[in-house]
Design a protein around this ligand. Structure first.
Ligand SMILES: [Zn+2]
Length: 424
């Protein structure tokens, strides 16, 4: 396949991209077309590496309203509601909902997802279901699974054994939820226990960490410390980290360099953080998202996750990582040119680093996975939630959408509307 006349996220214009054997063979202006190659006219649109979601819950997705909706809108009622739903889950329903979500993801150009999977049910139904889904979708979507003890690895009876069984079955990453353990001490102990398990097994770590408005929830400090102590630098992710929003500024100024030193990845979940946090506040209401610009400035890799779509915690969502980027940009007030571009990176290259995807990116020799977006720049893609004109995996088109437009009948005005603008 040869895609002609595209622009790239780094600003290069009028480029071509050649695919051979499922990999990117060349990028440059006016490439020579080998014989019998399929030529696609990119019409100057933006060709981006695919979207990546660094934090999701595929075992809960599309279950909204089962068995009832979350009345208070809090994280804690969501966890309780998920507990009510768990006994009624069937493997067939879990698989079907996950596959349906993966279809949505592909259509939105989202081709890699790290999903947490609850391991507190001793039957490990959801683990089995998602391991099956991981294989089913492998030709078109990279699904990475995190063994997630939703009810607390120390607080829930049997959870540590279930978690280890899930890893034995092939789950990729060690999860945790220290702020949900019974005490601060237990939370810290759970971080130590789980990091030691990951070190022993040579696995990455991704914990739900400090997902609260409590400024004294400081498990990320322990996570950074254990990462250093066990030599896990670059393999550990702190997800949510919402307590950092409410922390004392002096303490945050000490913490952030420690996180950078441990090469911790940070994942914010803008849609969910702005929805679930601050629920115990009257006014002013805290936004609850972690300190994204400050972490980026300190050299921490920050990704944005979708976290939830139509589940006990969130009643919205459509697998659109541009919606996630847009919310992150607004909540963090990252409205400078560099800030808006960084929000696009947060749902593409930064998340790929969190997942450790080795052949990701628009470079010669990398996988020919990309999305043609109906926009002229990453910033415009966020503004327009740009249409995914083509989604390509290993050089094969796996989804296509018509350009977004509207027919106008207004005196003296053009017939078709065009929402794009000349690039800045
Ligand atoms: Zn989560």
């Amino acid at each position: 396949m040869l895609v002609r006349n595209i622009c790239l996220p780094d600003g290069r214009e009028a480029q071509d991209l050649l695919v051979q054997g499922g990999r990117i063979a060349a990028i440059g202006p006016q490439l020579l077309s080998p014989e019998s190659v399929e030529v696609v006219d990119g019409q100057g649109w933006l060709l981006s590496p695919p979207f990546v979601d660094a934090h999701f819950h595929m075992d809960a997705t599309l279950s909204y309203g089962l068995p009832r909706v979350n009345a208070s809108g809090t994280l804690l009622e969501g966890i309780a509601l998920w507990g009510e739903l768990k006994p009624h889950l069937t493997q067939e329903a879990l698989v079907e909902r996950a596959l349906q979500y993966c279809d949505w993801a592909v259509a939105k150009g989202l081709l890699a997802v790290r999903s947490h999977v609850d391991v507190c049910d001793p039957r490990l139904l959801a683990v089995e279901a998602l391991l099956h889904v991981r294989e089913r979708v492998r030709p078109y979507l990279d699904l990475q699974l995190v063994a997630f003890p939703q009810d607390g690895v120390l607080r829930a009876p049997g959870a540590f054994d279930n978690l280890k069984r899930a890893l034995d079955m092939g789950v990729d990453v060690v999860g945790g939820i220290p702020h949900f353990e019974r005490t601060m001490q237990d939370g810290a102990a759970s971080v130590k226990l789980l990091c030691e398990l990951a070190a022993e097994r040579g696995l990455p770590v991704d914990m739900h960490c400090d997902e609260s408005d409590d400024p004294l929830s400081r498990h990320v400090e322990t996570l950074a410390y254990e990462t250093q102590r066990l030599g896990l630098q670059g393999r550990v992710t702190g997800s949510h980290l919402t307590s950092m929003h409410s922390m004392d500024n002096y303490y945050a100024s000490k913490l952030i360099p420690l996180m950078a030193e441990a090469q911790l990845h940070a994942v914010a979940n803008p849609l969910i953080n702005i929805t679930l946090q601050g629920r115990h506040d009257s006014y002013p209401k805290r936004r609850g998202m972690t300190r994204v610009p400050e972490l980026l400035a300190a050299g921490v890799n920050v990704g944005f996750g979708h976290d939830c779509v139509l589940d006990p915690w969130y009643s919205m969502g459509s697998a659109d990582m541009l919606e996630v980027a847009s919310m992150g940009m607004h909540v963090a007030q990252m409205t400078s040119q560099a800030g808006m571009r960084a929000c696009f990176d947060a749902v593409t290259v930064n998340n790929a680093r969190v997942l450790g995807l080795p052949d990701y990116g628009l470079e010669v020799g990398k996988n020919a996975d990309f999305v043609l977006l109906q926009s002229r720049s990453p910033i415009e893609a966020i503004r327009l939630r740009a249409q995914r004109l083509l989604v390509v995996r290993r050089g094969r088109i796996i989804s296509a959408s018509p350009p977004a437009t509207a027919r106008l009948s207004l005196p003296g005005r053009p017939e078709r509307i065009d929402w794009t603008m000349p690039t800045f």
